[in-house]
Design a protein around this ligand. Structure first.
Ligand code: ASP
Length: 718
């Protein structure tokens, strides 16, 4: 039995070797250089990340802190996903100029659209500062004192690192604080919208196809970074000029083949590979199902309203995407984790862990302690997650009404004016009827999921007064509230502070928001964070122990929104018995999906016409246009918009998604099924050039047709 277990475990651990699991810190790539080159890479680690010369990292952009983008011209042109630029495209859209629906193309730099608040960040350097952060901290110092010492050290190291520069430095824990890295970065704040395909292409397949393979989405948008005359970051200004990057990606028209080496370079957001089986079980059984239910209810209201009116569509498009994206991902995650029996695999690992640490008194009781702590944590973890759902993704009126607290504490004319302009903006994208329906559906479910002692006090009043009729309750409070229309609020702001305060504080919507928030602040948040931080400390020990007792295993630090490289190859998969995913899709598949009549597969007439003529130019081959492809690169959210790069450092696609089963890779990467989805760069260029007639943008790029390692794109034959 023991032998069998060990064999299974060796299999489990050695998956790494074939599977391309891992999101690697670029400054440490030297250790992987041999492996990457043996798999086909023609570059050195220094070509990918260097602080002494330009390297691929200089063309990687953290797009607005959440997505990734890549520089593709010496004039600061960047590509990211359509779903990453969606908020900006939505922001510029009106009923008259509906860029979401029709697409947008600046035909010259003067037509590009400015986006206040949008940022593009480059990484200057990454430094291991573990020893400096832990300097003077010994094992006998208690956790709280050690944390204080670390945060003092972090302040000192970061401020010294950026003194006299326009850089920013942050230090982040890796491996739950077993290591610390400092990331020095430079952020540009003038980033303009250059182009976006119509949603029928950029979001082709909608929610039907999101997280699904086979996929045919042209998920890209184009922006340009502007700098001051010295190429430095500057606020938005007409004086700014296109940014001249240290590196931009050559774009390959050479095509892609099965088994080709690929890399994805970007900013993966969040993974949790080291969770115990107890935590994963709660995730599958408790956290995911409740938040899936909450989102399903919101979407049932929003989707229906959006389908009925173009105005509502524009108002709610971004919000809908924010809600539906993770909703569908979590369903896929549970599916994959269950089908691949992630729990059994975790338990197997834990069994072996216990065997190996049996004689070590530092670690032998660790898993027991973690199991006990998990029991306490789950209740608050669940309440914390539900609060996030209702507060940030539920009825918008909650946060809006509570935001008036600040105005009450400073009722100056200046503040009032600012608040009015923010309120105007809020109402332009708000429909009180929709919000009331969301409230009606979400509130009882929210209360039901919470343990009795964590329910907001207002619940008892609602039950008493409305006899549990949440429809009636929602209707009533929305009818009586001053927050449902701009003119009400404007009038109210004209009153003196006393009257204003009285009115706000007695408003039934405000009272509901206040009750929910204060219960969270008082009874959920402190208990959640106390247990959460205790668990983080245990996780730190658990990971350290694994590193000590599994010396042959390759470890990688969970994603934490820092720059990472992942590599794999172009390949499909067999996600289920009898099922095969081919590694690429073509324009023919778009037409076939369109023929099904599903509205998510509607396409502009122009696309069908170009398809009929097979007008693919230099972007097609064999009378076909490839549109998307699959790879075994380990990616997650935040990798959206990341460049897909070939062995020569050339751009071959843009990463935008994973297949449904693959979403389990945030918790456990399974080499058989985890695949990332990329849009083929030839499809992107074809849409820019042939479909949209913005070929001048393609001319601006360094298009390459040969396989050659030339890192300076200017030196390439065109
Ligand atoms: N489509 C994804 C996202 O929205 C990217 C991924 O998670 O693979 O974040």
């Amino acid at each position: 039995m023991k032998k069998f277990l060990t064999f299974q475990l060796i299999l489990l651990l050695s998956y790494n070797l074939f599977a391309h699991e891992g999101m690697w810190i670029p400054s440490l790539l030297k250790a992987l250089e041999g492996d990457m080159q043996s798999k086909g890479l023609k570059l050195s680690a220094e070509d990918i990340y260097s602080i002494n010369q330009s390297s691929l990292k200089d063309a990687i952009v953290h797009f607005n802190g959440g997505c990734t983008a890549e520089v593709v011209s010496d004039k600061g042109l960047i590509l990211t996903n359509h779903h990453c630029g969606y908020g900006q495209i939505n922001q510029h859209s009106t009923l008259e100029n509906n860029y979401l629906k029709n697409g947008f193309w600046a035909m010259s730099q003067s037509e590009e659209l400015k986006n206040p608040g949008l940022t593009a960040t480059f990484i200057v350097r990454i430094e291991d500062v573990t020893a400096k952060v832990n300097n003077g901290i010994s094992d006998d110092i208690d956790t709280e004192a050690a944390n204080l010492m670390r945060s003092d050290a972090i302040k000192k190291i970061t401020s010294e690192a950026v003194e006299g520069t326009n850089y920013k430095a942050v230090i982040k824990p890796f491996y739950y604080g077993n290591e610390y890295y400092m990331i020095v970065s430079k952020t540009y704040k003038d980033v303009r919208l250059v182009g976006a395909p119509p949603s029928a292409l950029g979001k082709f397949g909608g929610d039907t196809d999101n997280w699904v393979w086979p996929r045919h989405t042209c998920d890209f948008s184009v922006f340009r970074i502007y700098a001051d005359q010295d190429n430095n970051p500057s606020d938005i200004s007409d004086e700014n000029v296109p940014y001249n990057p240290a590196h931009h990606f050559p774009v390959s028209l050479n095509g892609i083949k099965k088994d080709d080496f690929t890399m994805v370079f970007g900013f993966p957001g969040y993974t949790q590979q080291y969770l115990t089986s107890y935590a994963v079980k709660d995730y599958i059984d408790i956290i995911n199902p409740s938040r899936i239910k909450m989102r399903e209810l919101s979407l049932s209201v929003i989707d229906q309203a959006m389908a009925q009116s173009e105005k509502t569509f524009i108002q709610y498009a971004s919000k809908q995407s924010r809600i539906s994206n993770a909703y569908k991902k979590w369903i896929g995650q549970n599916l994959g984790l269950n089908e691949k029996d992630a729990l059994a695999k975790k338990r197997l690992l834990e069994k072996e862990f216990l065997n190996r640490v049996a004689e070590d008194k530092k670690y032998k009781n660790l898993l027991d302690q973690m199991e006990g702590l998990q029991l306490k944590l789950t209740k608050y973890d669940q309440a914390n997650s539900l609060f996030r759902e209702i507060w940030y993704y539920g009825p918008e009126i909650f946060r809006f009404s509570k935001s008036f607290d600040k105005l009450i504490s400073d009722f100056s004319d200046q503040r009032k004016e600012k608040k009015l302009s923010l309120a105007k903006e809020f109402y332009s994208k708000y429909d009180a009827k929709i919000d009331a329906s969301i409230l009606e559906k979400l509130l009882p479910v929210y209360f039901d999921f919470l343990d009795d002692d964590l329910e907001p006090t207002i619940k008892a009043d609602i039950e008493l007064k409305y006899n549990g009729n949440y429809k009636e309750y929602s209707k009533d409070i929305f009818a009586k509230s001053c927050f449902v229309s701009f003119s009400n609020l404007e009038k109210l702001m004209g009153c003196g502070l006393d009257k204003f305060k009285k009115k706000i504080e007695s408003d039934p919507v405000y009272q509901l928001s206040k009750s929910i928030l204060s219960k969270y602040e008082n009874d959920v948040k402190p208990a959640f964070y106390t247990n959460y931080f205790l668990m983080q400390d245990q996780m730190k020990k658990y990971v350290k122990a694994q590193m000590t007792y599994f010396p042959n295993k390759t470890f990688w630090a969970d994603a934490n929104s820092t720059l990472r490289l992942t590599y794999g190859k172009v390949e499909g998969s067999s996600p289920r018995d009898g099922m095969n995913y081919n590694w690429y899709t073509t324009l023919d598949g778009i037409i076939a999906k369109n023929n099904t009549g599903n509205p998510d597969f509607e396409i502009p007439l122009r696309l069908r016409e170009l398809w009929e003529k097979k007008d693919y130019g230099k972007y097609g081959s064999n009378n076909q246009l490839n549109v998307c492809f699959l790879g075994s690169n380990h990616t997650t959210g935040g990798n959206s918009g990341s460049p897909a790069i070939n062995a020569y450092g050339q751009l071959i696609g843009i990463n935008f998604d994973r297949s449904w089963e693959s979403t389990m890779s945030d918790i456990m990467f399974d080499p058989e099924i985890c695949r990332n989805i990329m849009v083929d760069i030839r499809y992107v260029l074809w849409v820019i050039d042939k479909y949209a007639g913005a070929g001048y943008l393609v001319d601006e790029m360094s298009i390459v047709k040969q396989k050659k390692t030339v890192l300076v794109p200017e030196a390439l034959e065109k």
